[in-house]
Ligand binder design. Structure first.
Ligand SMILES: [Zn+2]
Length: 340
């Protein structure tokens, strides 16, 4: 596993990019530099992009020097072959291609879920009791696995994937057929994959934030005292060191499960879907497209900066920009504390 700091900067002059290139040249660190002096947007005349990895022996000193001019845009975890080889379980992600219907004012929630136990402040507690409604037939014919905006936990499959899952006797799953919203007809050869097995509690939050649904919470949200906040918790997606779960909550009888815990920021909360190595191998062997596999960790990552990171995925929360900025400045401050 490698921790990557990605820097990307565009500017109308070289006041920042010039000294940054000088530092990188001094340490023979590669970067991409582009200039377009006729660019119609002046602030895009000069561009630089580079990656700094924490396993670089010059990391601390480079970071300190660069920090005078630039902050990374994103800090993230890159998994290597060894992580994949060692992992027994993998989080799965699909792409996001449509909004559940009716999307206006999130009305789909009422038509798709039992909301008795639902809290609109944290998004926890929806129980699906109806099929999803889609605007149009999913166009991505090459994808056997498919997903939605907003409801990241819903996994959809095409016929070939469904047949494979059934043939291989994958336990704890069932299928329903989403419908076209206006026409009210089932979508042909297209199914939602329901995962019935929920893991016990077992997420280790050492490298992320716990968010409580309460007045003025950890994200600085929920400012009105009058509202009835539910008190339940969720976690930001960990950004450095991956997702760490207790090994003992996993059971080899199952190939696909959901987490007990919810993840997300602001008004979004989703359970995560986890599959066995056997499931991953089956999908890869048949070259079925549409899933990303992320190795589940069982050990805490010994981060060089020794900090909590609480940056949420940029696409997954409307608070992401705020969080990223806030957290990167926190990382930098802590880093300098270590260095000085
Ligand atoms: Zn709540």
């Amino acid at each position: 596993m490698r921790i990557m700091h990605r820097y990307l900067n565009s500017n109308s002059h070289l006041n920042v990019i010039g000294p940054v290139m000088k530092i990188l040249d001094e340490y023979s660190h590669s970067y991409k530099y582009k200039e377009d002096l006729n660019c119609v947007i002046p602030s895009f005349k000069y561009n630089i992009e580079f990656y700094l990895y924490e396993d670089n022996s010059d990391f601390i000193v480079l970071k300190k020097k660069l920090n005078e001019y630039l902050e990374p845009q994103v800090i993230g975890t890159e998994y290597d072959k060894e992580d994949e080889k060692n992992a027994e379980w993998f989080l799965i992600r699909t792409g996001e291609y449509q909004y559940p219907q009716p999307e206006k004012k999130f009305v789909y929630r009422e038509s798709t879920f039992n909301l008795e136990n639902y809290c609109k402040f944290c998004d926890i507690g929806k129980v699906q009791n109806n099929v999803y409604r889609l605007k149009s037939e999913p166009k991505q014919k090459q994808l056997q696995f498919w997903g939605l905006h907003w409801e990241f936990g819903a996994v959809f499959v095409r016929d070939v994937a469904k047949k494979l899952i059934e043939r291989e006797g994958v336990r704890g799953v069932r299928f329903t057929q989403p419908v076209l919203h206006k026409e009210n007809v089932k979508i042909k050869d297209f199914y939602q994959l329901h995962i019935d097995t929920v893991l016990d509690k077992g997420f280790n939050s050492y490298n992320t934030d716990t968010i409580t649904c309460r007045y003025n919470n950890e994200e600085g949200l929920n400012k009105s005292k009058e509202n009835n906040y539910c008190g339940r918790i969720k976690y930001h997606h960990p950004f450095i060191g991956g997702y760490c779960f207790d090994k003992n909550i996993f059971n080899s009888n199952f190939d696909i499960v959901e987490t007990y815990e919810y993840f997300g920021g602001g008004g979004s909360a989703q359970k995560l879907q986890i599959v066995s190595k056997r499931f991953k191998n089956l999908i890869e062997k048949k070259k079925l497209k549409g899933l990303i596999f992320i190795p589940v960790m069982h050990e805490e990552y010994n981060h060089v900066l020794n900090i909590k990171n609480n940056v949420v995925h940029a696409k997954k929360s409307r608070y992401s920009n705020f969080r990223i900025k806030k957290n990167i400045s926190l990382i930098i401050k802590r880093l300098l504390k270590i260095v000085d």
